[in-house]
Design a protein around this ligand. Structure first.
Ligand code: ASP
Length: 273
């Protein structure tokens, strides 16, 4: 889409739709369960050029929560809709719905049962971080020089019903302006308290920091606060930063027909796109 000159906003939505449809990721199909064995999904989309933004929180119904976020952005009356009201908006907007069974995977159910048993036993959390943070996100820069960011998540395994993470909170888990676009994954409460995504944007705008320095420093500062996680960030000059403070983060960069991907701290693998 980008190679054909399409807008960044459409490209990040297309990327997130593909990831939501893939049961391997914690968003859309394959979302993690709440402690009540239900799904509550959050998604957000922000367009950098004009800062239009749309997000939904705590929804279970829209087959692709990011399309619900886009509908909120397009309507332009609200920025963040939650729960039943968000669902009513989605029905009104003609968003495609799916039954809860569409989102369900055996792997996430096992993860929920394991986590509830771990809590009941008071045992230490030994899960691999790359597995724990399956939130999906995309950032893009288009030919016109516009940036966009999209993020979608089922949240954290065994979260309290009603809990909303950083993903739909603009400036925390998702942000785009005319200088940079940021999409985060990790312990959402800490990303909200530190306004992680906007902190990076502010350092770039007002501090004149290089995007990579700002992104790496913010991620490093979240770690001692319990903010395990990472982010993907893209600057208007094409600079890319993919820092994380945990074991790994599934990540990739596509540029000039070449895709580079990595999970842990190994060198990125190249393939053509
Ligand atoms: N940031 C997400 C949340 O707190 C979860 C994650 O990225 O793993 O809801």
């Amino acid at each position: 889409m980008l190679a054909a000159g399409g807008p960044a906003c459409d490209a990040v939505v297309a990327a997130v739709v593909a990831l939501e449809d893939d049961p391997l990721f914690n968003a859309g199909r394959g979302a993690v369960y709440t402690a009540a064995e239900t799904f509550e999904m959050d998604a957000a989309l922000m367009n950098g050029a004009d800062r239009r933004a749309g997000a939904v929180a705590g929804v279970c119904g829209p087959r692709n929560p990011i399309l619900a976020a886009r509908a909120v952005l397009k309507r332009g009356e609200q920025v963040l809709l939650a729960g039943e009201g968000a669902m009513a908006f989605c029905r009104e907007a003609g968003i495609d719905f799916a039954d809860p069974a569409w989102f369900a995977t055996e792997r996430r159910l096992e993860a929920l049962r394991g986590e509830l048993a771990r809590r009941a036993a008071g045992a230490a959390d030994t899960r691999d971080d790359a597995d724990r943070h399956g939130t999906v996100g995309a950032v893009a820069l288009d030919r016109a020089g516009n940036l966009a960011a999209a993020t979608s998540t089922g949240g954290l395994t065994a979260k309290r019903p009603g809990r909303i993470g950083d993903t739909p909170v603009f400036g925390a888990g998702t942000w785009a302006d005319d200088r940079c676009a940021v999409s985060c994954t990790g312990q959402g409460e800490v990303f909200i308290r530190f306004a992680a995504a906007h902190e990076i944007a502010a350092r770039v705008r007002w501090g004149g920091h290089a995007l990579a320095d700002a992104a790496e420093d913010v991620i490093a500062r979240l770690a001692p606060e319990g903010g395990s996680g990472g982010l993907i960030a893209l600057g208007a000059d094409g600079a890319v930063a993919l820092p994380f403070n945990c074991d790994g983060m599934y990540r990739g960069v596509a540029r000039g027909g070449v895709a580079r991907t990595a999970i842990h701290r190994e060198a990125m693998r190249e393939s053509s796109v």
